[in-house]
Design a protein around this ligand. Structure first.
Ligand SMILES: [Mg+2]
Length: 391
C-alpha cells in the first residue's frame, strides 16, 4: 500500500483538515493546527509546510511505516521543530494513524497498547468578561461555571486576568481573587477549577497571583509565565503548592525535556495537533510519566484534533483531563457524520471504539465550506502606555 494523494481543506473558523488517500482506496484524516493565520486572506504558514512535507516524504511512502515517515519529516528538515513544522508533521501523523487503524479495524489506542481507562474526563471553558466591573465579571463567571457543572462537567478552566502590567496594582490581584473566589464558591470543592494565566504575567505578577489564588485550590495554573521563561517557572514552583502546567507552546520531546528536568511542572499540555501528532505526544506523555507529571492535552481546535487527543488520553496512564471546544457546539460537530463520540456523560467521554481516530468526516460539508474567506487578524495587545504586552 502506498500514499497516492492528498487534499488540504481550510474550513471555518480557521481549521485545516488533511485527507490522505492510499493505493487501496483507504482514506485517513488529520488536523494540522493552523499556524500564522489567514491574515488578510493570505495562506497560513502550515499550508505550505504540509505541502512540502507530503511532497517530499509522504507521497508514495508505505503508510504502515508511521515512525519512519515521522523521522523522515523531522530529521530530513535541517531546520526543524517549532509551531509550523511540528503542526504539519502532526496533521500528517494523525492521518497516517487513522489509515493504520482503519486498515486493522481497530481504534488507534488499541494499536498503542490498549486503553488504560474506560472514560476520558473533559473540561469546559468559563469565559470572564474582563472589561466589565468586577462584581459583574465574577457573577458572569460563576453563572457559566454553574451551568457547566449542571451539564455534568467535573472541571472548568478560566483566565483570571486581562492584560497585565509588568508589576500591576493591588486592584488587579483583588479582581482575580474576587473572580476565582466566586467560581470556587459556586461550584464547591468537588469540582476542579483550572486557571490559565495565558503567559500574560511577569514572574513578579505570577508570584503575587499564585499567592492570592492558592486559597482556592486550583486544579492547576497554566502558563503562569511564558514558556520561554523556564528558570522563572522553576523558581515559581518552589514558592507555591499550586500544581503548575505548561506546554501548549512547546512542540516536541526536546522542548519538554528542560521543563521536565527542572521539576517545575505537575502537568504537561502538549497539543497533539501542534506537537508532532499522536506519535510524538505519546512519547511526551511517557517522558512526563517518568517525572511523575500528568498529561492534559491542549486542544482548542476541531473534531479531528480532539479525536486524535482522545486516542492518546485513552492509552496514557498519566492523562488527567482533556481540553476541548467542540462538545455541544454546532459548527465543529457539523463536520462529522456521527457526533456521538463527542457526547459526554457526567463530564466524561467513553473511550472511542471506532476504527482509526474514531470519527467519520462529512466530506461533502468539508468540501462545501473549503475556500471560504477565513481572514483573521490577531490584534496587538497594548498596555495603557502604548507598549506591547501579552494577550
Ligand atoms: Mg492556554
Amino acid at each position: 500500500m502506498r500514499i497516492t494523494d492528498y487534499e488540504l481543506f481550510e474550513v471555518p473558523p480557521r481549521w485545516q483538515f488533511l485527507r490522505l488517500e492510499t493505493s487501496d482506496g483507504l482514506v485517513g484524516w488529520g488536523e494540522p493546527y493552523t499556524k500564522w493565520h489567514f491574515v488578510n486572506g493570505s495562506a497560513p504558514a502550515t499550508r505550505s509546510a504540509v505541502d512540502q512535507m507530503i511532497q517530499h516524504y509522504v507521497l508514495d511512502a508505505d503508510p504502515a511505516r508511521i515512525e519512519d515517515i515521522w523521522q523522515s519529516m523531522y530529521r530530513s528538515s535541517f531546520y526543524r521543530g517549532g509551531p509550523v513544522h511540528m503542526s504539519a508533521i502532526a496533521g500528517i501523523d494523525e492521518a497516517l494513524w487513522d489509515i493504520k487503524g482503519k486498515r486493522c479495524g481497530e481504534p488507534v489506542h488499541e494499536l498503542l497498547g490498549g486503553r488504560v481507562r474506560d472514560r476520558i474526563r473533559v473540561y469546559e471553558h468559563v469565559s470572564v468578561p474582563h472589561d466589565e466591573p468586577v462584581a459583574d465579571a465574577a457573577a458572569a463567571a460563576a453563572r457559566e461555571a454553574r451551568s457547566a457543572v449542571d451539564e455534568g462537567y467535573t472541571a472548568v478552566k478560566l483566565v483570571p486576568t486581562g492584560g497585565l502590567e509588568r508589576i500591576d496594582v493591588p486592584a488587579t490581584i483583588d479582581r482575580a481573587e474576587t473572580v476565582v473566589g466566586a467560581v470556587r464558591e459556586e461550584v464547591g470543592p468537588e469540582v476542579g477549577v483550572a486557571l490559565d494565566f495565558h503567559g500574560r504575567a511577569s514572574k513578579s505578577m505570577a508570584g503575587r497571583l499564585l499567592d492570592a489564588l492558592e486559597q482556592f485550590d486550583p486544579l492547576f495554573v497554566e502558563e503562569p509565565v511564558l514558556p520561554e521563561q523556564g528558570p522563572e517557572l522553576a523558581r515559581l514552583a518552589e514558592q507555591t503548592t499550586v500544581p503548575l502546567a505548561t506546554g501548549e507552546r512547546l512542540y516536541s520531546r526536546w522542548d519538554f525535556r528542560p521543563v521536565l528536568e527542572s521539576g517545575a511542572v505537575d502537568v504537561v499540555q502538549p497539543d497533539v495537533s501542534s506537537a508532532g501528532g499522536i506519535t510524538e505526544t505519546r512519547k511526551i506523555a511517557a517522558a512526563a510519566e517518568t517525572y511523575d507529571v500528568a498529561l492534559a492535552p491542549h486542544c482548542p481546535i476541531g473534531p479531528l484534533a480532539l479525536a486524535a487527543s482522545f486516542q492518546v488520553d485513552a492509552c496514557a496512564p498519566n492523562a488527567l483531563v482533556q481540553e476541548q471546544v467542540v462538545i455541544g457546539e454546532d459548527r465543529p460537530l457539523s463536520y462529522v457524520e456521527d457526533p456521538s463520540p463527542f457526547e459526554p456523560t457526567d463530564g466524561f467521554l467513553d473511550v472511542p471504539e471506532g476504527p482509526g481516530l474514531g470519527v467519520s468526516i462529512d466530506e461533502e460539508r468539508v468540501r462545501d465550506l473549503d475556500g471560504e474567506d477565513l481572514s483573521f487578524e490577531r490584534p496587538v495587545g497594548r498596555r495603557p502606555d502604548g507598549s506591547v504586552g501579552e494577550r
